[in-house]
Design a protein around this ligand. Structure first.
Ligand code: IMP
Length: 196
């Protein structure tokens, strides 16, 4: 079965492809001729996750297309769950990870509560039915950026049970415990159990 992953991020496609059941051929957006950036006008992570998956169905004009999309964000308790759905462009456009991290530290400057969580919601549209798979990881926000690996808020996020940030822990540890990994595992389990 062909399954489209509504992403053009080659690293993400490769990583998730390796986890898929053997009867599934994963295709990225470029493989199905979608080269434009998919709009994300939603006001929640779940909405944007759905909109991305649904965009592919609409674009290909084929209701039988099987597709999934993921959307993630960082929710900080003392900031009423901001930046959330706006994580990528928290400090404005164009998207800039360093500026986002600086803004986050500034916003937390006067707060003692540094609790946060990363959230991923995957939307799978299979045979016209919509399924959601969620993953989250709790942690705290460091007082300054630490570490060199990863992307986004990785230098500031310390997962619960650890003293290092995601950027210090490195890809292998991060990919075994992350919000995205948890959601992908749930998707893979579902696909394994639902495919003949
Ligand atoms: P996306 O939906 O995976 O593209 O994530 C949206 C934004 O959330 C990213 O641009 C990052 O700012 C932030 N984000 C999501 N996942 C992570 C992560 O694993 N580490 C650091 N930042 C992340």
């Amino acid at each position: 079965m062909n399954l489209i992953f509504a992403s053009s991020n080659k690293n993400k496609i490769k990583e998730i492809s390796a986890l898929m059941p053997s009867n599934i051929v994963l295709q990225g957006l470029q493989d199905v001729g979608i080269t434009q950036e998919i709009p994300e006008p939603g006001t929640t992570i779940k909405e944007n996750s759905f909109l991305k998956a649904n965009f592919v169905i609409d674009f290909l004009k084929n209701k039988n297309t099987s597709v999934f999309a993921d959307d993630s964000g960082l929710e900080v308790e003392a900031l009423n769950n901001a930046p959330g759905v706006y994580s990528a462009r928290y400090a404005g456009t164009p998207k800039n990870d360093d500026a986002n991290n600086k803004k986050l530290l500034q916003e937390l400057n006067t707060k003692t509560n540094r609790k946060a969580k990363f959230v991923t919601i995957i939307t799978l549209i299979l045979n016209g039915q919509v399924h959601y798979f969620e993953g989250e990881i709790k942690g705290t926000i460091a007082f300054e950026p630490r570490g060199n690996t990863g992307f986004g808020y990785d230098p500031l996020f310390i997962p619960q049970g650890y003293r290092s940030t995601f950027a210090e822990l490195g890809a292998e540890v991060k990919n075994s415990i992350s919000h995205r990994a948890i959601a992908v595992k749930k998707l893979v389990e579902y696909l394994k159990n639902s495919q003949p």
